[in-house]
Design a binder for this molecule. Structure first.
Ligand code: FAD
Ligand code: DHB
Length: 391
């Protein structure tokens, strides 16, 4: 069979791209290797930037988000056993963020696509792409145990950090930049009402901790742990005690505790693959870049990539000019490196390196104190956290 754009991967990037293309009248097919339940339950990000919400609204995918999403007008950073709040609207001229889980964004996009969108195949694993060098790509995949091919004009690699589409680009044409951080996040989901209205990012002598949420009755929390930590090795009491110790402030309250329903360990890594386009092969989202999660940028970057990509493909289809497509990689990479820097800043300001010297800890505290004392520094943090406008 044949289509205009073969979208490989049914995560947030692939699903949103398919919706945007479909609404521009461009044919596409989404191939997703996992089953629907798996894709809809995969616990990941939870923070949507203003621009991400705007993009979902503009394509009619924000009905439930607008009903159930939690609007957050600020965030708290803690260090030296004191909390410091950063007020987004006043620091950014009205921007804010939403707490709405990636699982819910994915569920909403899948439901819309199955109702009135382009074809979406689950259990369809792409094994490779041929013909890209000749400008006539063919996507090879297996579905229900049988091999299939899909010919197309463009292949969108929205297939995540272990994706295969990237391999269609000759090695010599790609460069990957990478930074591995010497710690991981231990994330839990708990049946407990959040212990406060806003997110709390904490620096402490015991390491980083983050208090987030999924709903008025479900908390999401993270602890910095050494690489290679086994999540099963911690008892629930140990997890809560450690969270409480790291999140503690003078005169603060205890955390609301409840049953831990999910746990996982995620190593922290930043990487960028350049360029994000080679001929008819286009990369978007985690397939092209990863950021450490401390700045909550991963999902938001995936969305801004595909907004730019859909626009470029629509311009190409409508006018025949490829200017926006030619500019796709550099336009994305500018945002990606800004987000990479912000994620590095948040990560290194708040985590403790193994064997970190007292000198370096004092430097971290000086960096954090500046956020509290300088309105310029606070405004820079808020602008990055709420996300730069998509131009
Ligand atoms: P993905 O969501 O990875 O989607 C890629 C899709 O492609 C998947 O559905 C996959 O099954 C499919 N696929 C892969 N290979 C193939 C193939 N060969 N054929 C067909 N389909 C294929 N960000 C934050 O901001 N905060 C967080 O707390 C956070 N936690 C995270 C935890 C984990 C474990 C991970 C992996 C990421 C986390 N992120 C977080 C990052 C954020 O979730 C990602 O940036 C986001 O999912 C990117 O979306 P995507 O669509 O590009 O990639
Ligand atoms: C969440 C994840 C993040 O990486 C972050 O910076 C803030 C919140 C979350 O899962 O809720």
């Amino acid at each position: 069979s044949r289509t205009t754009v073969a979208v490989v991967g049914g995560g947030p990037a692939g699903l949103l791209l398919a919706r945007l293309l479909h609404r521009s009248g461009i044919d596409c097919v989404v191939l997703e290797s996992r089953d629907r339940t798996y894709v809809e339950r995969r616990q990941r990000a939870g923070i949507l930037e203003q621009g991400t919400v705007d993009a979902l609204r503009a394509c009619g995918a924000a009905e439930r988000l607008d009903r159930e999403g939690l609007v957050h007008d600020g965030v708290e950073l803690r260090w030296g056993r004191r909390g410091h709040r950063f007020d987004f609207p006043s620091l950014t001229g009205g921007r804010r963020v939403w707490v709405y889980a990636q699982t819910e964004v994915v569920k909403d996009l899948v439901a819309l696509q199955l109702a009135d969108g382009a074809p979406l195949l689950f259990d369809a694993e792409v094994t490779g792409v041929t013909g890209a060098d000749a400008g006539r790509p063919v996507v090879h995949y297996t579905h229900e145990g049988l091999p299939h091919t899909l010919a197309c004009d463009y292949v969108a690699g929205c297939d995540g950090s272990h994706g295969v589409v990237r391999r269609a680009i000759p090695r010599g044409r790609l460069r990957t930049y990478e930074r591995v951080y010497p710690y991981s996040w231990f994330g839990i989901l708990a049946e407990a009402p959040p212990s406060g209205d806003e997110l709390v990012y904490a620096h402490s002598p015991r390491g980083f901790a983050l208090h987030s949420m999924r709903s008025p009755s479900v908390s999401r929390l993270y602890l910095q742990v050494p690489n290679g930590t086994d999540p099963a090795a911690w008892s629930e009491e140990e997890i809560w005690d450690e969270l409480e110790a790291r999140l503690a402030v003078e005169g603060g309250r205890k955390l609301n505790r409840g049953p831990v329903t999910q746990r996982a360990v995620l190593p922290l890594r930043g990487s960028v693959t350049e360029p994000m386009r080679w001929g008819p092969v286009l990369l978007a989202g985690d397939a092209a870049h990863l950021v450490p999660p401390t700045g909550a940028k991963g999902l938001n970057l995936a969305v801004s990539d595909v907004v730019l990509l859909a626009r470029a493909l629509a311009e190409r289809a409508a006018t025949g000019t490829a200017a926006a497509l030619d500019a796709y990689s550099s336009a994305c990479l500018e945002r990606v490196w800004r987000a990479q820097h912000f994620s590095w800043f948040m990560t290194t300001a708040l985590h403790t390196e193994p064997g970190q010297s007292p000198f370096d800890t004092r430097l971290q505290l000086a960096r954090l104190d500046r956020l509290a004392s300088s309105p310029h520094a606070a405004a820079e943090l808020a602008a990055n956290y709420t996300g730069l406008p998509l131009t």
